[in-house]
Design a protein around this ligand. Structure first.
Ligand SMILES: *[C@@H]1O[C@H](CO)[C@@H](O)[C@H](O)[C@H]1NC(C)=O
Ligand SMILES: *[C@@H]1O[C@H](CO)[C@@H](O)[C@H](O)[C@H]1NC(C)=O
Ligand SMILES: *[C@@H]1O[C@H](CO)[C@@H](O)[C@H](O)[C@H]1NC(C)=O
Ligand SMILES: *[C@@H]1O[C@H](CO)[C@@H](O)[C@H](O)[C@H]1NC(C)=O
Ligand SMILES: [Zn+2]
Length: 733
């Protein structure tokens, strides 16, 4: 027992079975670790268990087995029982405690003394690893601080395992004996191996380290169960064997495996790690070991995440240095805690301004990291309707103020007088700031957000089906190209719910309905276009912030490169997606009839007898599809064909391959993060992680300048003195 603490491994949901000799074995279920000491109170103990599993406490019984006695389950029901359990386990670091739900107790726990029921034999076969083995392996993996005598004992044991494998022609009685020997051999020598084949006739293993030649190949002797080593290369080039054997090597390996797993999936439970390490490496790790390694790895990752904020000024500087023309802005709060960071690469800015439609989608995504934070992004679409990220920010919280700040930065980097169309939520931060920051802009309300708004406000007791119909009608109303089409949707909506009908008319259709919206959304009405580009951000919550930014940059670099290579293969005038749309339109256009009409407009009758009016000079049709999508509608194509003109001359230039290539013409350059910033113990911390509890009110902020940049002293243009500016100048004019 270390420091008077005993690690308790609580097991729930598995099954007890009795083996042939009447001892109990528990398998399956889930496990959770906690610790107790002699002062632990039973009520606290029980409620912690209750919290772990969200279980009704009144229905559970807590039991444990006496050490070296697998037959007697002892119930814990008061403080004294806990103390007794600790006393019994003075010589162990861990104890298994079994949570038995009262309901299950009758059927799952064999009555004492154990009877040999028919279930017994069935389970006896299923038991995979003898528990005593587990403990030994775990100790060899070696997490616990061992006493000197323990260490010597262990070394003796592992030393004997070192000779488990002797070489070619060595024979084993069964495949399992071979597997076991291999296993202990690798533990004793401190390396990991992987199975190339693992079946009842052939076992082939190699050292886990790539390129290391160590391998063993063994096969079954036909007609017997015997296994014989056929081939072996005992040379390790991975470093194993150069130092004296040390279980610490294994411990280090274990830690690195766990860390890698945690980085990708921070919510791993120890039991899952144990299972995976067994599967991946054939190593048995005790639950307690896994739990402790995980705790340590978590702490380490946490430390890295914290330090990562302090690396931001360095990273920002590197980005601007390696990608000239890129913009990064890092702001901390007064107490130097992280506030917000804006990043836009030159390649993105150039590509957007020269090769993409003036259409931006604003979206947000919550980072699930320890320090949370929110990713705000502005994204465009290329001429093939592929995502084209333009800028992003990481901010400490989702707030109107942070959105406003993001748009201020965006405006500053775009510096455009062009008309821009935005598709974004209509939250206050965005709605208010857009027209302030961009003189010439249209704000299309994102249909997804609108749908949520409407659903949230529907009061009537609607069935799922009616809600579905209402939502679908809202979408019809948003997409309807003409006012007549929109009105029809409103009528239908009225029948479904007068309340919803009222809602769609009251909620500014000019901001979301194609029929009234004056911006150019090209029929893209949802703001989440970049989901697939960014969604990994919330999947890898343990990534330190600098790595989030670097991963994003790498993805962008790959995206740009891939799109450029793809477009080299294209040979027509328009991008594949535009070509495909145009092909469908052209095929449909064969069914309409161009009527002779005077002047520059042409009447076109469709199969229903409806007349649409096409104006070739203005790129317009009364069906409004042309205006909305940027590609001529079927009526227009019919007219263009009829007059023998080239349909490509009537398609938006943004769909041409030429424009597409311009969008991807600039590259993103690698940032050499391997160098890393040089921080010493004494260097001052420039950026702290954001505080979890936010200061209220409008925060004071501070711009972090790149290292080395000297802050210019204030200079007054009025009196020519330093130390204040002209606003604060006391000299009267
Ligand atoms: C083991 O592999 C190394 C490196 O490939 C090779 O040089 C060596 O000859 C091999 N030894 C045996 C016994 O096959
Ligand atoms: C090898 O095969 C045995 C028997 O099928 C199995 O128990 C063991 O888990 C396997 N090991 C690996 C690493 O696949
Ligand atoms: C984006 O922000 C809105 C609030 O403005 C929030 O309701 C929504 O859940 C956020 N979206 C994501 C994907 O986090
Ligand atoms: C859209 O444009 C039309 C025609 O120029 C104009 O009458 C209408 O007021 C505009 N709508 C909005 C919401 O600006
Ligand atoms: Zn038309």
């Amino acid at each position: 027992m270390a420091n008077g603490k005993l690690i308790v491994i609580c097991q729930l949901g598995g099954k007890f079975t009795t083996t042939g000799d009447g001892s109990l074995s528990y398998s399956g279920g889930d496990a959770h670790a906690m610790s107790v000491n002699k002062d632990t109170k039973f009520d606290d103990f029980k409620s912690e268990i209750g919290e772990m599993w969200k279980h009704d406490l009144s229905s559970i019984t807590i039991k444990y087995l006496l050490p070296n006695n697998n037959r007697t389950l002892i119930t814990i029901s008061n403080d004294k029982d806990i103390q007794r359990m600790i006393e019994f386990h003075e010589d162990s670091t861990t104890v298994n405690v079994y949570i038995v739900t009262t309901h299950a107790a009758a059927s799952d726990v064999p009555t004492m003394p154990c009877s040999r029921s028919s279930r017994t034999t069935a389970a006896g076969r299923a038991s995979p690893v003898a528990p005593t083995d587990l403990v030994t392996y775990a100790e060899v993996i070696g997490w616990q601080k061992l006493t000197d005598t323990e260490e010597i004992e262990q070394q003796k044991l592992t030393a004997s395992w070192k000779n488990n494998i002797l070489g070619v022609d060595q024979q084993f009685n069964s495949v399992n004996e071979l597997r076991d020997a291999l296993h202990k051999y690798s533990l004793a020598h401190g390396f990991l191996y992987t199975f190339k084949s693992n079946d009842s006739t052939r076992v082939s293993v190699k050292c886990k380290t790539k390129g290391c030649p160590w391998l063993i190949h063994a096969t079954k002797l036909s007609t017997t169960q015997l296994f014989r080593i056929r081939k072996m290369n005992r040379t390790h080039t991975c470093g194993v064997g150069t130092n004296a054997v040390c279980p610490r090597a294994s411990k280090k390996l274990l830690a690195s495996i766990v860390k890698e797993k945690l980085q990708n999936t921070p919510n791993y439970r120890p039991m899952e790690i144990v299972d995976e390490i067994r599967q991946d490496y054939g190593i048995e790790v005790g639950y307690a070991q896994a739990w402790r390694v995980m705790e340590t790895a978590r702490e380490e990752l946490h430390g890295k995440c914290k330090e990562a904020f302090n690396q931001l000024p360095w990273l920002c500087e590197k980005i601007m240095e390696t990608n000239p023309g890129s913009v990064t802005t890092l702001i901390t709060r007064d107490d130097l805690s992280f506030h917000r960071l804006f990043v836009s690469y030159h390649a993105s800015l150039y590509g957007f301004q020269n090769g993409c439609r003036p259409l931006l989608f604003l979206d947000n995504l919550t980072l699930k990291s320890k320090y949370q934070g929110e990713l705000l992004s502005a994204n465009a679409l290329d001429g093939n309707d592929g995502i084209f990220p333009v800028a992003f920010a990481i901010v400490d919280v989702l707030s109107d103020d942070n959105w406003h700040w993001f748009l201020v930065q965006l405006e500053a980097v775009l510096q455009t007088s062009q008309f821009l169309t935005f598709v974004a939520d209509r939250g206050k931060g965005i709605s208010d700031s857009l027209p302030q920051m961009f003189k010439n802009c249209y704000h299309g309300y994102c249909l997804l957000h609108l749908t949520e708004n409407l659903k949230g406000e529907l009061k009537g007791p609607f069935t799922q089906e009616v809600v579905h119909a209402i939502v679908s009608e809202l979408h019809n109303a948003a997409y309807a190209p003409t006012v007549e089409g929109f009105k029809k949707c409103v009528e239908t909506m009225k029948c479904l719910s007068p309340e919803a009908c009222e809602w769609i008319q009251q909620n500014k259709p000019e901001h979301w309905a194609n029929a009234f919206f004056n911006g150019s959304r090209y029929n893209h009405v949802k703001s989440n276009v970049a989901d697939s580009f960014y969604n990994w951000v919330s999947e890898f919550p343990a990534l330190p912030i600098v790595e989030v930014i670097e991963t994003m940059r790498r993805k962008l670099m790959e995206l740009i490169y891939k799109c450029r290579v793809d477009s080299d293969e294209w040979s027509s005038r328009l991008t594949p997606s535009a070509e495909e749309k145009l092909r469908k339109i052209t095929s449909n256009s064969r069914s309409v009839e161009v009527l002779f009409s005077p002047g520059s407009t042409y009447n076109v009758r469709d199969t229903l007898g409806v007349i649409n009016v096409v104006n070739l000079d203005d790129w317009e049709c009364s069906c409004r599809e042309w205006q909305i999508t940027g590609l001529p509608c079927l009526h227009a194509v019919a007219v263009i064909d009829c007059f023998g003109k080239n349909v490509y001359d009537y398609c938006s230039k943004y769909f041409t391959i030429e424009t597409y290539r311009i969008a991807y013409s600039e590259s993103i350059n690698p940032v050499r993060t391997a160098d890393g910033p040089i921080h010493t113990e004494s260097s001052p911390v420039r950026v702290h992680p954001p505080s979890i509890r936010r200061p209220s009110g409008r925060p004071k902020e501070k711009r972090v300048r790149p290292e080395g940049e000297v802050k210019r002293p204030l200079h007054c243009s009025k009196c020519n003195k330093v130390g204040h500016n002209k606003v604060k100048c006391r000299q009267s004019s």
